[in-house]
Design a binder for this molecule. Structure first.
Ligand SMILES: NC(=O)C1=CN([C@@H]2O[C@H](COP(=O)(O)OP(=O)(O)OC[C@H]3O[C@@H](n4cnc5c(N)ncnc54)[C@H](OP(=O)(O)O)[C@@H]3O)[C@@H](O)[C@H]2O)C=CC1
Ligand SMILES: CC(C)(CO)C(=O)C(=O)O
Length: 315
């Protein structure tokens, strides 16, 4: 990456729409708007269009600061170079279905969510050549109340193409745009492998912490080893059919490492279950279940966890 270049010297301007006023949407909206980017926020209907501010508490600080909120207008979507979708996995298809008639064919659609399976749901709403990217983030962010967030963990942004084509210049400009706003960001020519790795981590940590009401670090207790082993063996078998190869030992080590590194965290699924919100289980263990059925592979543990969490939040 040539540091002397700015995103605007490339074939990419900075008209950005961020969809979703939750923790991740506001985090990226905030950092983009601190730069000289033309950014607006497409909030859900729970936010009145007369609301003109949001509050942000920076990492390792305690003071909340207020900032101006620029709501997205129809013309912003029509002109957007980048549309960053920061909603829960189960909300993304509705967003894309609604916005699709307004989106220009060259707009870069960036999907930022946990789990997998959203791309398959949304691609039919868009032209076959539409550039669609996945964004994985390890930043931590909490929504304290509507339109008020705290940046709780500095992380990294990984992006990569799922559909369409981007020139090397555009890829460079896009990566720079993210890096200038919220470093560090990296572009990956094979984001699929990274998505699968994140999926495997979430297949283990999220349902176990949610069902047992424990912090992430407790997943490493010896008593969970047989379950973790079965979950990962199923993920590996299904991933192989999808062209992604994992070594069990390395994958086990990575999952163990993430549970240790985030030992005191409450997983997003545990938080959702406690708050009686819909979880993303259908896009995590549920995704493994669906692929297992497609490939004729038994996914006993992933299927059981998907059913248990679904029952827990449906009742
Ligand atoms: N928070 C974090 O630290 C991390 C989150 N992630 C992932 O990022 C994704 C987003 O997470 P997060 O921001 O925490 O989730 P939130 O639930 O906080 O935010 C989602 C937001 O999207 C809004 N929304 C829903 N439907 C629409 C719509 N049609 N148009 C506009 N806005 C809409 C919701 O509004 P309403 O409230 O009205 O429903 C909500 O404000 C998830 O997949 C999550 O797993 C990944 C890594 C870290
Ligand atoms: C990696 C992990 C498990 C961190 O809490 C996460 O992604 C989540 O909670 O959804």
């Amino acid at each position: 990456m040539k540091n002397s270049l700015t995103a605007s010297t490339h074939n990419l301007s900075k008209r950005i729409v961020v969809v979703g006023q939750g923790a991740i949407g506001l985090l990226y909206y905030h950092h983009f708007s601190q730069q000289n980017y033309q950014v607006s926020l497409q909030a859900s209907t729970s936010i009145s269009s007369s609301t003109t501010s949001y509050s942000f508490t920076a990492y390792n600080t305690t003071t909340e600061h207020n900032f101006l909120l620029q709501h997205t207008q129809t013309v912003d979507i029509q002109n957007a170079d980048i549309i960053l979708i920061c909603v829960k996995s189960y909300q993304a298809a509705v967003v894309i279905e609604q916005l699709a008639p307004l989106i220009k064919p060259k707009s870069i659609i960036v999907l930022a969510h946990n789990g997998m399976g959203v791309y398959e749901e949304i691609k039919g709403y868009l032209p076959t050549t539409q550039p669609i990217l996945a964004l994985l983030t390890t930043h931590g962010c909490l929504r304290n109340k509507p339109l008020a967030i705290t940046h709780t963990g500095i992380g990294k942004t990984d992006i990569g193409l799922l559909n369409g084509n981007l020139s090397l210049d555009t890829i460079e400009a896009l990566t720079l745009l993210f890096n200038q706003a919220i470093p560090v960001a990296e572009y990956h020519h094979n984001i699929n492998n990274k998505q699968w790795l994140k999926l495997a981590i979430n297949c283990v940590i999220n349902p176990i912490t949610a069902l047992h009401n424990i912090e992430n670090g407790q997943v490493n207790q010896y008593k969970f080893t047989p379950l973790v082993t079965k979950i990962l063996e199923e993920v590996i078998a299904v991933a192989k059919k999808e062209g992604v190869t994992f070594s069990f030992d390395k994958l086990f080590e990575v999952v163990h490492g993430v549970a240790t590194a985030t030992a005191k965290n409450s997983s997003s699924m545990r938080c959702d279950v406690i708050a009686k919100r819909v979880t993303e289980i259908a896009y995590i263990n549920g995704y493994i279940h669906r692929l297992g059925e497609k490939h004729g592979i038994a996914t006993v543990e992933n299927t059981r966890l998907w059913q248990q969490i679904t029952t827990l939040t449906d009742t």
